[in-house]
Ligand binder design. Sequence first.
Ligand SMILES: [Zn+2]
Length: 354
Amino acid sequence: MPVVWSDRHHLHEPGGEFWVGVRTPGSELPERAERIRDALLEAGARFVDAEAHPDGAVLAVHDPAMVAYLASAWKEWEAAGLTVDPGQDRVVPYVFPHPGLFSGRPPAVPAAVAARAGRFAFDTMTLIGPGTWEAARSAVDAALTAADLVLGGAPAAYACCRPPGHHATRTCFGGSCYLNNAAAAAARLRETGGGPVAVIDVDAHHGNGTQAIFYEDPGVLVGSVHVDPGAGWFPHFLGFAAETGAGPGGGANRNLPLAPGAADEEWLEAVGALVAWARECGAQVLVVALGVDAAAGDPESPLGVTPDGFRAAGSALGALGLPTVVVQEGGYDLSAIGPLVREALTGIEEGMRA
Ligand SMILES: [Zn+2]
């Protein structure tokens, strides 16, 4: 399948992350995408450049105020002199407008640039640097270009996106995600009509952003298999089985949390259940949020999926026989990320042919 790529991903160098107040190196690095590209080039994949899309496609899934903030946050930070005093080279939040502060009234927009950093961020791990906005925007463009290829008749297309997107909601960002690439692709694909779009998220972590964006929307089914947040894993507050959608979207959301240590057998059973669910609900188009951090050996998750497991999952997803957009999410083992993505994509193509 065609691979959509943008060189602009490397403009985003997170420069680490703050976890429990300590600056750690972080793992969402430019090298992730390079390793995937190398593995797919070696496998003979055809690469397509991401095409710029108008902001409307971003605003279909994000609040205009958050988008405007992300676009200007770094320039604002630099202009306010925060890179010199106190000497912070990334936008780092320190105060957050928790709903419990406001008695139901809308929070003020803080006058202090340093305080504005917490307005849309939900954690301290998702830092903004000089090229973050350009890279995040190019990742959405890659996902939308893949959607366009599929709308144009390609059976499947893969967006090699970075930074990832599935933790970003309509109004807040975090979890190394800024804009929700998979959600933007799903919103684009729903224009085809005839039945719902299914988003199946196989990243090791719950796709809380995609869930939140479509929670009341019967037109986009969102299913996620991930390590159980109840066992102490990010995103901690969300990703439980009881979250099934609301209002007209009631029943259109499905979470399958797995215990730490779960490997191919349990994980593939859950992927199979999401595939069956999408089929029963009459899905017409598929978006696969392809994180490969459920792999054994990934530093960010305790799941134990093998390369064969990723191939088998791909095959199950491909067997749905739907036009399919694959969007890259997590995966942090640099030595494995390329081959794991290659196995998953090969599996999807095999499943489609079977
Ligand atoms: Zn993840």
